[in-house]
Design a binder for this molecule. Structure first.
Ligand code: PMP
Length: 285
């Protein structure tokens, strides 16, 4: 049976419950992370764990959740070992528990869990068809680009709308025509061999994006939708998506994505510890 770490101990996942008046269930008052571990030649390891935990801490601070980063780190290791995982997706979640329906979270209990699930090795099909969303991304001055639970309703609306029109993924564009990001991934483009990382204040500062900027020496700057449509290649990236070539953006069909595929292969080697760049980014467990 799957095990997870909850409030200080490893337990059977199926034996745990949260009460229906959990504050986070009603208002999204929680913060989470999406992290991955990989089987490497030197044993299983978590990719860029400190960076993920630091982002989670920033979100927790905003909600007044006292997050002990070292505890989340230890809980992650314990959950991975308890499940005997190697290639896994790791989901830490800190949230406000039961204590009334008021919006003031002061005095409410706070909880922490870390769940891990095995991941399948992606084949990198490059078949993702994306559409420009009619929804706007949460503006950073209303909801900061962190992994706050409630903020993800915005992504859910965009994903649902895109899938309803037969697409796989939605692209957020701002009112001025600048590209923001996808529902759960950042965006890159390639033009004449030059790799550019889309930069936008409303987009989550992705750790995969940061990794790819380092690996490819990509330029990071604002990109308009017109420029993206005119690019030779577009790819999305994120912890779960890794490097995902985009086949089409609405009626714009991209070609073979050779640079994106090469970067996807490099990223796959880096996360599995097969490149010199890997070592500083891997935490063995
Ligand atoms: N944007 C959003 C909205 C996301 O949810 C994610 C996934 N965490 C990303 C971008 C990619 O971030 P990362 O590379 O850190 O997983």
């Amino acid at each position: 049976m799957a095990k997870l770490w909850f409030d200080g101990a490893i337990a059977d996942a199926g034996a745990l419950q949260a009460s229906l008046d959990t504050h986070a269930l009603h208002y999204g008052s929680g913060v989470f992370e999406g992290i991955r571990s990989y089987a490497t030649r030197a044993g299983a390891a978590v990719f860029r764990l400190p960076e993920h935990l630091e982002r989670m801490r920033k979100g927790a601070d905003l909600l007044g959740i006292a997050l002990d980063v070292q505890q989340v780190r230890d809980a992650t290791m314990q959950a991975l070992r308890a499940n005997d995982h190697r290639d896994a997706y790791i989901r830490p979640l800190a949230w406000i528990g039961a204590g009334g329906f008021g919006l003031d979270v002061a005095g409410h209990p706070q909880h922490l869990m870390v769940a891990t699930t095995p991941t399948q090795v992606h084949l990198g099909g490059g078949k993702t068809r994306m559409t420009v969303s009619p929804w706007r991304r949460n503006p950073a001055d209303s909801l900061p680009p962190l992994k706050l639970c409630g903020a993800y309703v915005n992504s859910i609306l965009a994903k649902r709308e895109a899938k309803g029109r037969g697409f796989d993924e939605a692209l957020f564009v701002d009112a001025q025509g600048f590209v923001v990001e996808c529902t759960g991934a950042n965006v890159f483009m390639v033009k004449a061999g030059r790799v550019t990382a889309v930069e936008h204040r409303d987009a989550l500062p992705g750790i995969t994006r940061d990794t790819l900027i380092t690996l490819s020496r990509a330029e990071a700057r604002a990109v308009t939708l017109d420029e993206l449509r005119d690019a030779d290649e577009v790819f999305a990236c994120g912890t779960a998506a890794e490097v995902a070539p985009i086949a089409a953006l609405d009626d714009r069909i991209y070609g073979d994505n050779p640079v994106g595929r090469e970067l996807a292969a490099l990223y796959a080697r880096v996360v599995r510890g097969a490149e010199s760049a890997s070592h500083a980014w891997l935490t063995q467990f």
